[in-house]
Design a protein around this ligand. Structure first.
Ligand code: FES
Length: 402
């Protein structure tokens, strides 16, 4: 981030202390987050081409909810709950896979058509007549934006993903993300014993890049800047440094990367990141597009999940560049994971009395502002008395609306 850009963007009421430490360890806070953020907000599940053929499916679990994104025989992509209507088993067990003609529950073999309607129960003479639609797998709200599949488990007054992402429409169009294909086994995941917000806090600022990420610093450190979270999204952008860098992966990435003629000049030697509240980032590179996100599992356990996509026509040089950008990202992710662990461990130390944010960390602050807007209880210096947090949050929200 350039210092002058950061300074002009800092709000007047700049709070340097961040969220109170208790919000990272409170089980009750975590329950409210699951409801208000992860069930009620759009979740980036996959790309349409992860389920390219009829019967191809992908599972997405979060906050106790579980969905299957599956392509039907009519080539429509749908999202349904991965919950059998008989006794609630998962109807598909693998994270990704292929159903043939039907989805067959592994418990008692009730089967469902690829559009989710009930195809038939095992031993149907032992059951009443079941309407195929009424007893089909329950649909999950789904929206496809530029090839990416977003789902939302709980009805919400929040805008559509199309509205939320409108600021990126023009800028992202040249990347032709609708046509992208999974790059090999596109998905990766890793578990960290930390609160999910600690992962986001590290990712939401570039102040640490010069020290902690030598590869990124050599790639674009002089030109990186990010923009505050506004209306559910943030944007970060960096054009490459003039020098090709000394690190092997950066130097070779710069030298093999072919001219991305489908992009405007401004984006041919640049990385663009679109942050989506509360837990996802899409990275757009000249050689590939990727996303990553945090899936909270417990108050102190988070799964990091991501995937990489390639252009359908990919020259040897572009493929090599994608491999190298992936290496740079893998190094960066490993470095960030260590920083996240250290930040979390600090709360166990008698010396730790909270954080002090720099002007260059306004990405963290504005993200915290978005969290506080949804969950005003996060403004409280101490955790509410046991058993009262959800009620206190609801009271605060109600008083704000009155
Ligand atoms: Fe699915 Fe029984 S729980 S068939």
């Amino acid at each position: 981030m350039l210092a002058d850009q950061a300074t002009t963007a800092v709000p007047n009421d700049w709070d340097r202390r961040g969220l109170p430490a208790w919000t990272y360890t409170s089980e009750e806070m975590f329950e409210v987050e699951k409801e208000e953020l992860f069930r009620s907000r759009w979740q980036l599940a996959c790309h349409v081409n992860d389920v390219a053929e009829p019967g191809r499916y992908l599972c997405f679990d979060i906050a106790g909810e579980r969905a299957v994104i599956i392509r039907g025989r009519d080539m429509q992509v749908r999202a349904v709950h991965n919950v059998c209507r008989h006794r609630g088993s998962r109807v598909v067990a693998a994270e990704r896979g292929q159903c043939k003609a039907a989805i067959v529950c592994p418990f008692h073999a009730w089967s469902y058509n690829l559009d989710g309607t009930l195809r038939g129960a095992a031993r149907p003479e032992t059951l009443p007549d079941l309407d195929p639609v009424e007893w089909g797998l329950k649909p999950v709200e789904m929206e496809i934006w530029r090839g990416f599949v977003f789902i939302r488990f709980k009805p919400s007054e929040q805008p559509s993903i199309r509205e939320i992402m409108a600021r990126f429409d023009e800028e992202i169009a040249p990347y032709e993300t609708e046509t992208l294909l999974p790059a090999g086994d596109a998905f990766w995941s890793e578990a960290l014993e930390v609160n999910w917000k600690a992962v986001r806090d590290v990712d939401n600022e570039g102040y640490h890049v010069p020290m902690a990420h030598p590869a990124l610093q050599q790639l674009y450190g002089q030109h990186y800047y990010d923009e505050p979270f506004v209306g559910g999204t943030s944007r970060s952008f960096a054009t490459f440094n003039e020098s090709h860098g000394k690190l092997w992966s950066v130097r070779h990435y710069r030298s093999v990367l072919p001219e991305a003629t489908w992009l405007p000049e401004s984006h041919r030697k640049a990385w663009l990141y679109a942050g989506i509240f509360p837990n996802a980032v899409i990275g757009l590179y000249p050689d590939s597009v990727m996303f990553y996100q945090e899936i909270p599992v417990a108050v102190n356990r988070t799964i990091l999940r991501g995937a990489v996509y390639r252009r359908p026509e990919e020259s040897r040089k572009l493929k090599l560049a994608r491999y190298l950008s992936g290496r740079i990202d893998a190094i960066t992710s490993e470095e960030d994971q260590q920083l996240t662990i250290w930040s979390c461990e600090a709360s166990n130390s008698s010396a730790f009395d909270g954080i002090m944010l720099s002007d260059l960390e306004y990405g963290v602050r504005t993200y915290h502002d978005e969290l506080r807007a949804v969950m005003p209880v996060m403004n409280e210096a101490q955790a509410p008395a046991e058993g009262t947090l959800a009620r206190r949050n609801a009271e605060l929200l109600a008083s704000r609306g009155s």
